[in-house]
Design a protein around this ligand. Sequence first.
Ligand code: ATP
Length: 350
Amino acid sequence: MKQIELKQICKSFDDMTVLKNLDLTIEEEEFLTLLGPSGCGKTTILRIIGGFEEPDSGQVLFEGKDITKIPPHLRPINTVFQQYALFPHMNVEENVGFGLRMKGVNKEEIKKRVERMLKLVNLAGYGKRRVDQLSGGQKQRIAIARALVNEPEVLLLDEPLGALDMKLRKEMQLELKRMQQELGITFIFVTHDQEEALTMSDRIVVMNEGVIQQMGDPKDIYDEPQNRFVADFIGDSNIVEGVMHADYDVSFSGHRFVCVDKGFAPEEPVDIVLRPEDLELVAPEQGMLVGKVESCLFRGVHYEMEIDVQGEIYKSQSTKSMEVGALVGITIAPDLIQVMHKSTKKGAMA
Ligand code: ATP
């Protein structure tokens, strides 16, 4: 069911337009991620949903009601910021219970709810600890507990894992997902880390320069990028130019391929996305394309190669290594060739 709707939101700072006629619908209980490069407007969207920023024009609806002018503390929405902003003079349980004390909830009830939250974030028994005795990951979990204890219907998370090291970050990604599923509330998550977005989200909104480029579930976004920006931003990819002759018939790098795409104009110039792991390396005489290995690097699980095909460099991944300078054939299955319309500057949905 629709929970939050942003309708035709415009926002400028000074003379700079940050969001232009943005429409976005967020469903109840979904884990939605706003993903895009620094400065594309993700935080501004979050702040508008939270009520910390008012749009210049447009509307914010919550369950059909206009909340555009309602202040943050009256919205059923809580926020976790990148800087945890815990109160240093309070211990863990005082920090978590702060919002409830402000609301005048009775002591017994606060104790019960704080304990439940500490258990949820895997910090049961930490209530009496001082905040400066916690690790970065533990502080972040306390910040999350402090937001969740108010039982919001929506939790906004602005790059909450940005300050954590890689291992902790991965652990917290899984924990956040578990919490969201356990509580059944809506999470709106901001990140510029595509892997994080792919791991956690039910739905990803890819943005660039204040414009939504594509929305979809992680697999759709990865497998079927709608334009060059999305293909480039999400995962490693080869993007080459080609021509779509007719339905299911495309050529690039001097070879004609069968593909699964259709609906393009006859002889339409297109961009093709090929994921490095989807190129199958074979003997040169068996290849649809033939190229020369320019480099071969060991990456732990696989080798990463650059292959020169008629002056075009293809990135490839394989569990077998190849000798630099060797000739190699490449085959690509029809369903692993992703054909896109040439991008307009602002993307497919502009
Ligand atoms: P990041 O990942 O770096 O946080 P973002 O996608 O969240 O980026 P926003 O924080 O939404 O981007 O900012 C979008 C643009 O608006 C940026 O160019 C930023 O400098 C500008 N901006 C944001 N807030 C303000 C403000 N209060 N005053 C002036 N400019 C602002």
